[in-house]
Design a protein around this ligand. Structure first.
Ligand SMILES: [Zn+2]
Length: 110
């Protein structure tokens, strides 16, 4: 079932970098530069869509378009429901991965 909370988590908690890496050859060309993750803007084709780490949204500094994870999947040709299904799976894998790295919810001393 798709809840508002799930959609929020997909947009906010699943790093766009990870989504693009998972898309691999199907996804846009991407690079890490100046500490930012950038990818080729699907709209203007400039490599200036930049992920903002504070809100996990990509903004293109060329055409001003904004993208989230779901937008990105739909641009690759997925319909909304399959896109959410795939992103949910990646989000769960990502959460498990994070859980392994920080076994305790208390991160004292970090
Ligand atoms: Zn653009």
């Amino acid at each position: 079932m798709i809840t508002k909370e799930l959609l929020w988590r997909i947009r906010n908690e699943l790093p766009m970098k990870l989504t693009i890496q998972r898309l691999g050859n199907f996804g846009p060309i991407a690079k890490q530069s100046d500490g930012y993750f950038r990818f080729q803007c699907p709209n203007c084709k400039e490599l200036r869509a930049t992920v903002n780490p504070s809100n996990n949204l990509a903004h293109c500094f060329c055409c001003k378009e904004n993208y989230n994870n779901i937008d990105l999947m739909m641009i690759q040709g997925y319909d909304f429901l399959p896109a959410v299904g795939i992103l949910e799976k990646w989000l769960m894998e990502y959460s498990r991965e994070l859980g392994r790295r920080t076994p305790s919810s208390h991160s004292a001393g970090e």
